[in-house]
Design a protein around this ligand. Structure first.
Ligand SMILES: Cc1cc2nc3c(=O)[nH]c(=O)nc-3n(C[C@H](O)[C@H](O)[C@H](O)COP(=O)(O)OP(=O)(O)OC[C@H]3O[C@@H](n4cnc5c(N)ncnc54)[C@H](O)[C@@H]3O)c2cc1C
Length: 331
């Protein structure tokens, strides 16, 4: 299954979705600012000059030109400019770029709580529990939570990487997998950096957060059931000690499950098996970034209104057409 997922991957872009979320001011950062959370800007990518036989600068520059073609504004920096911005970084870099229009939220948890509060104020209600069953009928859909059936006119499945199993319950097969990522918190290093920094050869970000410095990233194709792999966090800890001397000891570690589709685009659209069920998952590395526009698109679809952007390319069954491998059961 995992090989099929990799084979189906193609160079594809989420630029349209991302750009619209910024232009229409429905990004998570705009929402966070509205509810008074700290939002900062300008993440920094850095890289070395020629290392052995590879040259990270060539790859970085190719990526930067692609970004610029899609309207991403960035400033190219030399080593001195990087040192002036982030003096606590070990000088293991030669070049970098600063992303002018990118934003960071220093507490996704606080954002989630603020949004939940706003929903409650508008009359929404929450029920906590694991959905173990999903059924669709002509008149609506029902979800079984903790042994009780709950019926509704419409159900939205937004369970991240676990959505695949629920979709399967009503006969839909989607080529959803998970790109697992790891996280280590460095509680005493929160003030060492002024912005998120990614040393592009290491594959993770160091980000100042409300509760310390978060080192998070890497990609592991290991499914939902494989155990936590401590080698990953050891590598992150050792790289942080190299890149940011003075970061101190890392504490909390976790493994997260990015819900990913082979083309890096989310699934947003009606379930092929029922117009009463709508899918919203598969946001991969960009679930927080694209949350605002995804929420708007889902609301528009469920209410039968024209959508802010065309969503045909995000439909759940796009991999079932000719030329794509059919979705298989989760491995
Ligand atoms: C290390 C790491 C760093 C990341 N950094 C960024 C970043 O900087 N910016 C960014 O935009 N994105 C980032 N992401 C990606 C982002 O976290 C995901 O894209 C996002 O969480 C996906 O949101 P989701 O709501 O679809 O799924 P999830 O966040 O996985 O949420 C799904 C929820 O559904 C619940 N659930 C599952 N099954 C059931 C069930 N049967 N019944 C009831 N509930 C159920 C789960 O418990 C979970 O709470 C990162 C991810 C990782 C792992």
């Amino acid at each position: 299954m995992r090989m099929r997922f990799c084979r189906s991957a193609r160079r594809c872009s989420h630029w349209t979705v991302a750009r619209n979320s910024v232009e229409k001011r429905i990004s998570s950062a705009a929402t966070a600012a509205m509810v008074g959370l700290s939002v900062s800007r300008t993440p920094l990518h850095i890289w070395r000059g020629k290392v052995r036989c590879s040259d990270p600068a060539i790859n970085a520059e190719r990526d930067n030109r692609l970004r610029e073609r899609h309207g991403v504004r960035l400033d190219r920096l030399d080593a001195k400019a990087i040192r002036d911005l982030e003096p606590n970084l070990a000088p293991l870099y030669h070049r970098g770029v600063l992303f002018r229009d990118a934003y960071t939220i220093d507490s996704p948890k606080a954002l989630a709580f603020a949004l939940a509060e706003a929903i409650l104020k508008r009359g929404g209600t929450f029920m906590c529990g694991e959905a173990r069953g999903l059924m669709a009928t002509q008149a609506g859909a029902s979800v079984r939570i903790d042994g009780h059936e709950h019926s509704a006119d419409h159900v939205v499945i937004a369970c991240g990487a676990w959505s695949r199993e629920l979709a399967h319950r009503i006969g839909d097969r989607v080529l959803l997998d998970t790109e697992r990522g790891y996280h280590v918190l460095f509680p005493s290093a929160g003030k060492l950096l002024h912005r998120p920094v990614c040393h592009t050869e290491y594959g993770f970000y160091m980000t100042p957060m409300a509760d310390g410095m978060r080192a998070a990233g890497t990609v592991e194709l290991g499914g939902l059931a494989a155990p936590f792999n401590p080698v990953r966090t050891r590598v992150i800890r050792s790289a942080v000690a190299t890149l940011l001397p003075g970061a101190g000891e890392g504490s909390a570690e976790w493994l997260g499950f990015r819900p990913s589709m082979p083309d890096s685009l989310p699934v947003i659209g009606a379930a092929p098996s029922s117009p009463r069920v709508t899918y919203a998952f598969g946001h991969g590395h960009l679930g927080l970034t694209l949350a605002g526009i995804s929420g708007r698109l889902i609301a528009e679809l469920v209410c039968g209104r024209p959508t802010t952007i065309a969503v045909g390319g995000l439909r759940p069954d796009r991999f079932n057409s000719v030329g794509w491998p059919r979705a298989a059961s989760q491995g």
